[in-house]
Design a protein around this ligand. Structure first.
Ligand code: NAD
Length: 469
């Protein structure tokens, strides 16, 4: 069976990709199990060098990846070019990290030498969503391989193209067959992968609804999981902030990638004293946003990745209106006939929102900003926490004490102070509450992709004192 792959720019079918069934998933597991021990035993520095070679080869094919990603996701070239760099950076970072994993020696009473080893899990299943397919494929495969695991990666059925190209590059670089496999298909293929007892670790990025289903299924085999889920992140702007910088970050924070970011700053909390002027500037900018073909230099927002996502955004905009929120700004959709089949949604700004409304609670994953006001830190925090998600928050203030008070109080995985949407493989990333658990990136990646083994050694002959039947 195959499924059609669309370009959201025009709505045209651009490829067909296998929807793998249980027999093919079984075959993938067999191949992975066959090479797992062999790969684990490859010296870490050699694994690292291979990943560095992959990084260099990816850089050479940078433009090809960016073009393919734009075609399949509808994201702007300037974004997919940066993402192509991030994917290569990711292989470089974990290539360098591979041989820097260490255990501990632990002093214990008695004649023993005791130490820990960090060991790979074995077969790691990575499942990713459709919004940032190339970077997420790299973020799942590179650390898994670096630390001695083999990887089964399932991209979203809507956007498998760059993950498949990445698999080709991995093979060309000399990654042994079976060590990094891309398993294509939708939810059914995913279910077969996560329900298999041969999965030793599942690292999932996607929606909280799917995350819960996967965690339940994994529980049957006690397979450990990590969950990178959705968000409803607030950008909190105090009256002493650098408002020019805040304005740019607020616009990019929610409208970049057409709002299809887990870290989208989709709620804007403005201090009373700057509310009117800041909102005026936001609305002026949003009305002028250019939505259109992401391959054109002047375009600021491309389409949504799928028709279903576009429809969900439009439905939530309508629900916002019905629930009494007010649309204060909206940008026009492209009129170009060529794009008439594309999946475009209008950037939209709501005010007069309440914490109960769907547009304030639910992750929209589209270009929609809800704006509200606060009087003091306590009220800003209460509003920030009026959601079940806890992925990220932006705080804008020039009061150092306040910035760090807010950073300590916010119940989220990442806080940006006077900046937003900056990410690095060197820095742990993950959520709280419905935004998930587990941390990818930086030293936390070692914790995630390896487990501890404790080794006790007797330093003296014969049984230690008191250890006789
Ligand atoms: P989704 O949860 O619908 O799908 C994600 C992946 O899971 C896809 O590959 C899909 O095929 C697979 N899948 C679906 N049902 C499955 C099942 N029962 N068993 C196994 N696999 C299954 O998410 P989406 O709509 O593709 O992506 C959007 C979501 O991803 C948003 O909620 C967004 O916030 C989230 N996301 C989170 C992060 C993060 O790092 N926290 C980053 C990006 C996106």
């Amino acid at each position: 069976m195959t499924s059609a792959v669309f370009s959201p720019i025009t709505g045209e079918v651009v490829d067909h990709v296998a929807a793998m069934g249980s027999a093919q998933v079984d075959e993938a597991y067999q191949k992975a199990a066959n090479v797992s021990d062999q790969w684990r035993r490859v010296p870490a520095d050699q694994r690292g060098r291979l990943l560095l070679k992959v990084a260099a080869m990816l850089r050479e094919r940078h433009e090809e990846f960016a073009h393919l990603e734009t075609l399949n996701t509808g994201k702007l070239f300037k974004d997919t070019r940066r993402e192509a760099e991030r994917a290569a950076d990711c292989f470089e970072y974990y290539g360098g990290f591979a041989d820097k994993v260490t255990g501990d020696t632990i002093d214990v009473p008695g004649p023993f030498h005791t130490y820990t080893r960090r060991e790979p899990y074995g077969v790691v299943v990575g499942i990713i969503p459709w919004n940032v397919p190339y970077v997420f494929a790299a973020k799942k495969i590179a650390p898994a391989l670096a630390f001695g695991n083999v990887s089964l990666l399932k991209p979203a059925e809507e956007t498998p193209l760059t993950a498949l190209l990445l698999a080709e590059v991995l093979a060309e670089a000399g990654v042994p067959e079976g060590v990094a496999q891309v398993v294509t298909g939708g939810a059914e293929t995913g279910r077969a992968l996560v329900g298999d007892p041969r999965a030793n670790l599942i690292v999932f990025t996607g929606s909280d609804a799917t995350g819960k289903v996967i965690a339940r299924s994994a529980a049957d085999n006690l397979t450990p999981t990590a969950m990178e889920l959705g968000g409803k992140s607030p950008q909190i702007v105090f009256d002493d902030a650098d408002v020019d910088a805040a304005l740019e970050a607020v616009l990019l924070g929610v409208f970049a990638a057409t709002g299809q970011m887990c870290i989208a700053g989709s709620r804007l909390l403005l201090h009373d004293a700057i509310y009117d002027e800041f909102l005026r500037r936001v609305t002026e900018r949003v009305r002028a946003l250019r939505v259109g073909d992401p391959r054109e230099e002047t375009t600021q927002l491309g389409p949504q990745v799928t028709a279903a996502q576009r429809d969900k955004t439009l439905a939530l905009i309508e629900q916002g209106r019905q629930e009494g929120a007010r649309v204060v700004a909206s940008a026009s959709l492209p009129t170009d006939e060529r794009l008439s089949g594309g999946f475009y949604a209008p950037p939209t700004v709501f005010t007069e929102v309440t914490a109960e409304m769907a547009i304030m609670r639910e992750e929209i994953f589209g270009p929609v900003l809800a704006v509200t006001r606060f009087r003091d830190e306590a009220e800003a925090l209460a509003l920030a926490h009026a959601t079940d998600f806890g992925l990220a928050a932006g705080v804008w203030t020039n009061d150092l004490g306040r910035a760090h008070r807010m950073a300590a109080e916010l119940k989220v995985g990442t806080v940006w102070l006077n900046t937003y949407r900056i990410l690095s493989d060197r820095v742990p990333f993950g959520g709280q509450r419905l935004s998930g658990y587990g941390r990818e990136g930086g030293p936390d990646a070692v914790q995630l992709y390896t487990r501890t083994k404790s080794v006790w050694t007797s330093l003296e002959p014969g049984p230690p004192p008191g250890y006789r039947m």
